[in-house]
Design a binder for this molecule. Structure first.
Ligand code: PSV
Ligand code: MN
Ligand code: MN
Length: 388
């Protein structure tokens, strides 16, 4: 098997973007529990994200969601993030909370509603110019609940037109990533339900339009690593929203529900040259922390991604290919499983220390006093955008 020492340069280049909304209170439709110390402003969310980065060295950027993270001066917000050692990352649009979008946004039959949604994306692009962000991420809640409610085909055509108007506006260095999700909030049909639809729509736009794969957005049992392999083959995998799920779009800590699936996904990312500083694939988290503390929740998340990345990098690709070519079914499977079962925690801890990071970021955070400090300093933290 590949040695740990031979993979540290690749591990050192790993960067995982944190979602600003992970630091706010979130919950289910039944209850939102508030957590002491919850940020009241985007600046406080950025300070918390910086704390995750300080403890792990893994999270140099933070994603914004508009209008949840709306401010008057985005250039100043960029400077604020810079002062905290972070850059601002992906800008997420939001066309799922206005009354106007009850029957759709970019797909709506009413041209005025479609234009309102397109204008919102133009605003997001302006924000990206001020923040220095590369990616505009679009997830649409558009869909219908009952057969016959909408013209499924007409909605695809309107979506294509709306996306073309948005794509035309992005800068030469910017990208549009289109996220898919098989259901929720619509329950009969969703306008971008799967990778194939996202691929068809972004392919019609151009080279800087790509697919965003959220690991929680598939039917149970879906082979996600196959989708990863296919999108990388096609040059259309733009980004990940990482999280894990037991049932639906649970938004739990990545790697918590199924570490083996995360390993398999990361193996295909590496196999398909989707990993490394020159890769076009952005790693992001899209998670909520409903009952656990948010900052350690994010620390645990990035560590899980790092741990499974290390194991995936340990796969002996040469031996695996030889076994595959020889038709050695169990030998090939054994080579993959050897890497998956390798406990890299000790090696990672020792390596972190050589880089001036805490060997155990979770313990270091717990001992830092930060949680008690924010609980004392911040009163009345907000829900993560949903109520904003
Ligand atoms: C939708 O379920 C989603 O995954 C999209 O990425 C949204 O922008 C995000 O969740 C909001 O939490
Ligand atoms: Mn997502
Ligand atoms: Mn989701």
């Amino acid at each position: 098997m590949t040695s740990f020492d031979s993979i540290t340069a690749q591990l050192a280049a790993q960067a995982i973007e944190l979602p600003s909304w992970a630091f706010g209170n979130s919950g289910t439709r039944f209850k939102v529990f508030s957590t002491p110390g919850t940020p009241r402003t985007i600046q406080e969310k950025i300070a918390d994200a910086a704390t995750v980065h300080r403890h792990t060295g893994l999270a140099p950027t933070v994603a914004l969601h508009i209008p949840w993270d709306k401010v008057d001066d985005y250039a100043a917000l960029r400077d604020f993030a810079g002062d905290h050692g972070l850059a601002l990352g992906t800008v997420n649009s939001n066309t799922f909370q206005d009354d106007a979008y009850k029957f759709g946004s970019l797909t709506h039959t009413d041209a005025a509603v479609r234009q309102k949604a397109i204008d919102h994306h133009f605003d997001c692009i302006d924000i990206m110019h001020a923040t220095g962000s590369r990616d505009l991420k679009i997830w649409l809640a558009d869909g219908t609940n009952y057969p016959g409610q909408g013209d499924i085909r007409g909605r695809q055509d309107r979506l294509a037109d709306s996306l073309a108007a948005i794509y035309e506006r992005i800068g030469a260095e910017q990208r549009l990533v289109l996220e898919y999700k098989f259901f929720e909030p619509a329950f009969y049909h969703t306008d971008v339900p799967d990778w194939g639809t996202s691929y068809a729509q972004v392919s019609a736009l151009g080279d800087r339009a790509l697919v965003c794969l959220d690991t929680g957005h598939h039917a149970p049992g879906t082979n996600i690593e196959f989708i990863v392999a296919q999108l990388l083959r096609l040059g259309k995998l733009g980004s990940f929203d990482f999280n894990s799920r037991f049932y639906a779009d649970d938004d739990l800590i990545v790697g918590a529900a199924d570490p083996f699936q995360l390993f398999r996904i990361l193996y295909e990312v590496i196999r398909g040259a989707g990993f490394g500083p020159d890769s076009p694939v952005a790693f992001m988290l899209d998670q909520c922390h409903n009952v656990e503390d948010k900052i350690p929740g994010q620390i645990r998340s990035v560590l899980n991604v790092q741990e499974m990345t290390a194991r995936a990098l340990l796969v002996d690709g040469t031996a695996l290919r030889a076994a595959q070519d020889a038709g050695d079914v169990l030998g090939a499977n054994g080579i993959l499983m050897d890497a998956f079962y390798t406990d890299v925690r000790g090696d990672l801890a020792a390596w972190r220390e050589t880089r001036g990071l805490p060997a155990d970021p979770m313990a270091a955070y717990a001992a830092s006093g930060y949680q008690a400090q924010i609980a004392a300093d911040r009163a009345g933290g907000q829900q993560a955008g949903w109520g904003a």
